[in-house]
Structures are given as C-alpha cells and as structure tokens.
Design a protein around this ligand. Structure first.
Ligand code: 1GP
Ligand code: MG
Length: 245
C-alpha cells in the first residue's frame, strides 16, 4: 500500500503537469447532466417496432447529441424507412411521448458535486445542448437551481448554431459568450455522445467523455479522457481546483 507521503507526492506531480490549463467548462446536457437519453431510446424503439425493426446502439451512437431534424433524418435513412415515414412524421410521432417523459428526468451521478465545486471556485460554466428551446424547458423545469449556476446556455436552435454536433458551432458559440477573450485550448467540454466529443475536438477544445456503458468502446476514440461517471473526474488533472475531500 502506498504511504500517505507517496500519495501526496503523486498528487503534487499531477498538479504540476496537468493535461491542460483549463479556465472554462462547457457541459453537454442530455445523457451528461440529465438522464434523458433513455427516454429517446424508449420512444424510438417503440416507433421502430411498428415497422418490425429493432433499435440498436450503433444507430443510437449516430443519433445522440444531434439537433432534432438531423437525428430524424439519420433515423429514417439508417432504418430504411424512406417512403414509409418522413423525418417530420417521425418527429411528430415521438413528440407527445417525449413531452410526457422529459419533466421526470433526473440528474446523473456526480453532476451536482462537480457543478457546485466549480461554481464555488469561480470557474465559469456553460451548457451546450443539441436540444431546442421547448425541450430544454421541459427537461430543466425541475433542475432550475443547477442551471442558474451556468453563465449561459446555448441550444440547438440558436441562430449561431448553423450545424449540429460534430460541427464545432455550438461549442464555439458557447466559448464566445463567456466574458473576456477565451481560447478554445482553455475550455474543457464534458460529453456523452461521439458526435459531441468530435464537435469539441473540432473546436480545438479538450473533451472528457462519460459514455453510456452500452456504447461500443470504438466510439470512445477522440476523447482526451473517458470516465465511467462524473464521480471519477479529478479536476486537478486539468489544472482546476481539487475537491477538498
Ligand atoms: O446535445 P445534447 O444535450 O446531448 O442533446 C441532444 C439531444 O437532443 C438528444 O440526443
Ligand atoms: Mg449528450
């Protein structure tokens, strides 16, 4: 067993050489802060079952994190539903089911601890979500306090977000809305989706991925760090103030 002295020396070494000198943090929302991805999966499984098809995780990997219209197009194309269902009909069909589910969503493990810690230490935070305004309101109605700690939120239907993730648009818009002149290399993005990690990297930022365990590990590549849960995040590795526990 390592001695207390050895532990302290190891912590000092990590603090002396962080992976990056992060000053600003940007969170994805669905599947990262809020446990909403399961709702999408459930509803999409139901719709696909009507056509005698099974919704799987390789399709999920392509859809998650995208703007609604983009993921609807992927759903129709990948499932071979052209001529049977349009992307617009798909969105309409899933809408009432999703609306009923969203308000009951819960926070994912470690979210509150990390956000309160960063806020207490004066680290500016933002949210960058592919979700549009109407869904954002339904998902966050029971999590207002947490979102009030964010400097700002950028949503998928924001005029500055021309293309959804993996385009860097949303993360660059989130970066520009912080006060001062913030460099991408100082921004750390937390994401659950492959397209979100790619968007962060395309923006020149660092990306910590917290994927669903059902997502194949081949989708982890590109992330600077992959964690099972936000509870495993060590701020000190990124030049951020350490937890005091
Ligand atoms: O960007 P996020 O917050 O994951 O939201 C995307 C979404 O609407 C569901 O995949
Ligand atoms: Mg997400």
């Amino acid at each position: 067993m390592a001695s207390a002295g050895a532990d302290e020396a190891a912590a000092a070494a990590v603090a002396a050489q962080p992976r990056a000198a992060i000053s600003h943090v940007i969170f994805d929302m669905d599947g990262l802060l809020l446990d909403t991805e399961g709702f999408y999966t459930e509803v999409q499984e139901k719709i696909l079952a009507r056509y005698g098809k099974v919704f799987d995780w390789s399709l999920k990997a392509k859809m998650m994190g995208k703007k609604a219209a983009e993921s609807a197009r992927i759903f129709v194309d990948e499932c071979g539903l052209d001529g049977l269902l349009t992307p617009e009909q798909f969105l309409e069909e899933r809408e009432s089911m999703l609306q009923a589910l969203f308000p009951s969503c819960t926070k994912l493990p470690g979210v509150l601890r990390l956000i309160h810690h960063l806020h207490a230490n004066g680290i500016p935070m933002a949210v960058a979500t592919g979700s549009h305004k109407r869904h954002f309101a339904l998902k966050t109605q029971n999590h207002q306090v947490m979102f009030s700690l964010m400097h700002h939120v950028v949503m998928g239907d924001d005029p500055e977000v021309k293309a959804g993730k993996p385009s860097p648009d949303i993360f660059l818009a989130a970066m520009r809305r912080f006060e001062g002149n913030v460099e991408p290399s100082k921004c750390l993005v937390f994401e659950d989706a492959p397209s979100g990690v790619a968007a962060a990297k395309n923006a020149g930022m660092s990306a910590v991925m917290v994927p669903d365990p059902r997502l194949d590990v081949s989708y982890h590549k590109g992330a600077d760090q992959v964690l099972c849960s936000l509870l495993d995040f060590k701020p000190i590795e990124w030049g951020l103030p350490p937890f005091n526990e």
